[in-house]
Design a protein around this ligand. Structure first.
Ligand SMILES: NC(=O)c1ccc[n+]([C@@H]2O[C@H](COP(=O)([O-])OP(=O)(O)OC[C@H]3O[C@@H](n4cnc5c(N)ncnc54)[C@H](O)[C@@H]3O)[C@@H](O)[C@H]2O)c1
Ligand SMILES: N[C@@H](CCO)C(=O)O
Ligand code: NA
Length: 431
C-alpha cells in the first residue's frame, strides 16, 4: 500500500516527542498501520534538533498545509488563533488533521468539525484529553453500547503534580509549578493549568463525547487550585480524604453538571491515589458500570503516544475516513441543559474560623439545618490561628450549591465568624 505522508507543525515538547517516537518505532508502526507512515515535512520557526534527512523543513507552517504531498497535518503549535487558521487551511487542502490542542477543540471544535465533514476528512484530538490515556477512543468506541451517566477525572497533570508535591513533601506552590514547567507539563500560560481552564477545555470535550451534547466550554463551572492550603489538605486527611483537582460531568434528572474544582475524595478510592503527573478518568456506563483509565496525562512521549495513535487510525482508512464521528454521536446533539452552578449537587468540606465562645457550635449547626444541610462529620481543633479563633471542620451530606451559598452567607453574617469560610466540594464517587 502507498505510504502515508505526515507533516508536523510545531517542534516543541510534543512535536519533538512525536517525531522521535515515530522514527524510533517506524517498523512496528508500519506493520500495525498496514503501510509505512513517514514524516515528509516539518514546520518549525528554527531548524529543529532532530535528524531531518529526507524531510523538508519550512519556517512557515502554512507551507505544510499547502504541501500536496502531505496527507496528514499534525498541529502541535498550541494557541487558538494561528492554530485555527492552520487547521482550517489543512482541511481546505483535503488533509486529515491530528492535534493535541484541547483549547482549539473546546473553543472552535464545532466549526472545525463542520469544515472537516464538508470536506470528507477527519480531525483527531486524542492527545488533547488526558495526554497518553486513550480516553476518547475508550468513550467513543469501547463504551459505545452504554448510556454514560458520569465522567470524573484528574485531567490536568500539572495541578495533580503540584498538589501531590505540596501534600507529600510540603513543597511550595511556586517552586513545584516551576518544576512542572521545566518538565514540559505546563501550558505556555500556566494559569490555564492552575486556574482550571485547561481542565475545563478537556471536560467540555469529554462531556460532548459522553453525552452527545454540543461542546460548551463556556458553561463549565471552573475553580483552580490556587486557594488550596496545606492546612486543608491535612484536615481532609484526618477525615480520611484526599484533595484532588477534578473535572466532573454528570447527567442528572434535570440536565448535565459540568464542573472543575478541587475535590475531597475518600482516600480508599483508586482515583484518590493517582499522584504526580498521572491522570485518571472514571467513566460510569449503565451496562459496564464503573471503568477507570489511568496513565501519564502530560509529557513529550506520553502525549506523542496518543498523537501517533490518531495518525495510525487515519492511515488505516485514509481512503474511507470518518467512520467514527468527531464527537462520538452521528445524529443530532442532545438538548440536555447544562445546569448552572447553583443547581449543582455535592457534599462540602467547610473550614470555619469561629470565636472560642460557648454556644457557637449549636448556632452553626442550627444555621446549617435551617438551610436543609445535614452534617456528616465534624472536627474541632485547638486553634493555630489566634487565641480567640478556633477552626471548625465540617463535612456535609449532598446539597444544592444554592442552599450552601445561602448558608455560608448566613454564617459569615454571625459576629462569631469574622473570616471568610473555606469550602471545598466533596465527592464520594463509586468505583
Ligand atoms: N506538553 C504536554 O505535555 C502536552 C500534553 C497534551 C497536549 N499538549 C498540547 O500540545 C500543544 C503543544 O504543546 P507543547 O507542550 O509541545 O508546547 P511547546 O511550547 O513546547 O511547543 C510548541 C512549539 O510550536 C512552535 N510554534 C508556535 N507557533 C508557531 C508558528 N506560528 N510557527 C512555527 N512554530 C510555532 C513553538 O516555537 C514551539 O516550538 C499545545 O496545544 C498543548 O496544549 C501538550
Ligand atoms: N498542561 C497540560 C498538558 C496535558 O494536556 C497538563 O498539565 O495536563
Ligand atoms: Na488521550
Amino acid at each position: 500500500m502507498k505510504p502515508v505522508n505526515v507533516g508536523i507543525c510545531g517542534l516543541g515538547t510534543v512535536g519533538t516527542g512525536t517525531f522521535n517516537v515515530l522514527q524510533r518505532n517506524l517498523k512496528d508502526i508500519a506493520r500495525r498501520a498496514g503501510r509505512s507512515v513517514q514524516i515528509t515535512h516539518v514546520g518549525a520557526r528554527r531548524k529543529p534538533d532532530v535528524n531531518l534527512a529526507g524531510i523538508t523543513h519550512s519556517t512557515d507552517i502554512f507551507a505544510v498545509a499547502k504541501d500536496p504531498n502531505v496527507h496528514i497535518l499534525v498541529e502541535l503549535i498550541g494557541g487558538t488563533t494561528v492554530a485555527k487558521d492552520l487547521v482550517l487551511m489543512a482541511i481546505e487542502h483535503g488533509k486529515g488533521v491530528v492535534t493535541a490542542n484541547k483549547a482549539l477543540i473546546a473553543l472552535h471544535g464545532n466549526e472545525i468539525f463542520a469544515a472537516a465533514e464538508a470536506k470528507g476528512v477527519v480531525v483527531a484530538y486524542e492527545a488533547g484529553v488526558a495526554g497518553g490515556i486513550p480516553i476518547i477512543k475508550a468513550i467513543r468506541e469501547g463504551l459505545v453500547a452504554n448510556k454514560i451517566t458520569s465522567v470524573a477525572g484528574i485531567i490536568n497533570g500539572t495541578t495533580n503534580f503540584i498538589l501531590t508535591e505540596m501534600s507529600e513533601k510540603g513543597r511550595d506552590f511556586d517552586d513545584v509549578l516551576a518544576e512542572a514547567q521545566a518538565l514540559g507539563y505546563a501550558e505556555a500560560d500556566p494559569t490555564f493549568d492552575v486556574e482550571g481552564i485547561d481542565a475545563a477545555h478537556k471536560l467540555s470535550i469529554l462531556a460532548a463525547n459522553a453525552f452527545g451534547i454540543a461542546l460548551q466550554f463556556d458553561k463549565v463551572f471552573t475553580e483552580g487550585i490556587t486557594e488550596i492550603t496545606t492546612e486543608d489538605v491535612q484536615y481532609a486527611s484526618e477525615l480520611g480524604y484526599r484533595v484532588k483537582h477534578l473535572g466532573i460531568a454528570r447527567r442528572t434528572e434535570s440536565g448535565v453538571e459540568m464542573r472543575v474544582h478541587p475535590t475531597l475524595i475518600p482516600e480508599k478510592r483508586l482515583i484518590a491515589n493517582v499522584d504526580g503527573v498521572l491522570n485518571a478518568v472514571l467513566v460510569q456506563g449503565d451496562a459496564v458500570g464503573p471503568t477507570m483509565y489511568y496513565g501519564a496525562g502530560a509529557g513529550a512521549e506520553a502525549t506523542a503516544s496518543s498523537v501517533i495513535a490518531d495518525i495510525v487510525d487515519m492511515a488505516r482508512d485514509i481512503d474511507s475516513p470518518g467512520l467514527v464521528p468527531h464527537l462520538g454521536f452521528s445524529i443530532e446533539t442532545e438538548d440536555l441543559p447544562v445546569l448552572s452552578a447553583e443547581e449543582m449537587t455535592t457534599s462540602y468540606y467547610l473550614r470555619i474560623s469561629v470565636k472560642d465562645e460557648v454556644g457557637q457550635m449549636a448556632k452553626i449547626a442550627q444555621t446549617l439545618s435551617d438551610h436543609g444541610i445535614n452534617m456528616e462529620a465534624i472536627i474541632q481543633k485547638e486553634g493555630p490561628e489566634s487565641e480567640t479563633l478556633v477552626p471548625l471542620i465540617i463535612l456535609t451530606q449532598p446539597v444544592k450549591e444554592r442552599a450552601m451559598n445561602l448558608a455560608i452567607g448566613a454564617l459569615e453574617a454571625l459576629p462569631s465568624i469574622p473570616n471568610k469560610i473555606v469550602r471545598i466540594r466533596t465527592e464520594r464517587l463509586d468505583g
